[in-house]
Ligand binder design. Structure first.
Ligand code: SAM
Length: 236
């Protein structure tokens, strides 16, 4: 914890309940998490027989299932140095959760690297896609609650990967995106990485401020809505 971050009323963390519901519904055999910290979300991967966690500074405080292997490195270093499918015992990724560095370009690379190791019917979850306000959504961190500009990944994917199905569950504190109908063979994003940085790094908060619901494909945080997002994916 960094003392100089502006503190606010502690935010409710309903996304853990939503994550647990997703695990219970999908029962993934293989799971990957980028950004593990204390292991609270990683601990939910109970059905998986192979799980990979990636975090340069893990500070594990929750008991993790025996299937979990945590790599103490950044996600970029992991994907440069490791073959994810081999680390999962030859399995493709069933479910992944992106919750590492809260900056657009990091989340974009995490999505690209994960999708290559998925099947078409796998699911990628991305945390922090529904920002609370401009201050907590800035690229520079000044507040304890910080979503950074991960939200831009949703706007970017909606524009350039119209083949994907994207829904952002309005789970507190900062939303959880569910991305399905993946295409592991797609090179669209890899081929335009530099131009995507140029387009979206400066993309201002005002572009979504008054239109979050449509821009981020928001859906209610209710068990029925969540189930329908996942059922839609399961029927692909
Ligand atoms: C918000 S915490 C993760 C919380 C956890 N997923 C949970 O919900 O219980 C973010 C974590 O991302 C890690 N992180 C920061 N930069 C990263 C990077 N480049 N690659 C992977 N993880 C990173 C941090 O060390 C931190 O532990």
């Amino acid at each position: 914890m960094v003392a100089w971050f502006k503190k606010r009323k502690p935010a409710s963390r309903d996304y853990y309940r939503v994550l647990a519901q997703i695990h219970n519904f999908l029962l993934p055999e293989s799971y990957v998490e980028i950004g593990v910290r204390h292991g609270e979300s990683m601990a939910l991967a109970k059905s998986a027989v192979a799980s990979v966690g990636i975090d340069p500074q893990p500070d594990l405080r929750f008991p993790l299932p025996g299937s979990v292997c945590v790599f103490p490195m950044t996600s970029d270093a992991f994907f440069e140095q490791h073959d994810l499918q081999a680390e999962l015992g030859g399995r493709k990724v069933d479910l992944a959760f992106v919750d590492g560095m809260h900056l657009f370009e990091f989340a974009l690379r995490d999505f690209i690297n994960l999708e290559k190791c998925c099947r078409g019917d796998s699911t990628i979850l991305v945390h922090d896609c529904r920002p609370v306000d401009r201050e907590t959504a800035a690229r520079e961190r000044t507040t304890q609650l910080w979503s950074g500009d991960v939200r831009k990944l949703i706007v970017c994917l909606k524009k350039y990967r119209t083949d994907l199905t994207i829904r952002t569950i309005d789970a507190s504190p900062t939303g959880l995106a569910v991305i399905s109908h993946l295409d592991p063979s797609s090179n669209i994003l890899t081929g335009m990485l530099e131009s995507l940085y140029k387009e979206f790094v400066p993309y201002d908060y005002s572009n979504i401020e008054h239109n979050k619901s449509e821009q981020l494909n928001l859906v209610n945080n209710s068990p029925n809505e969540i189930q329908s997002v996942l059922t839609h994916r399961a029927r692909s």
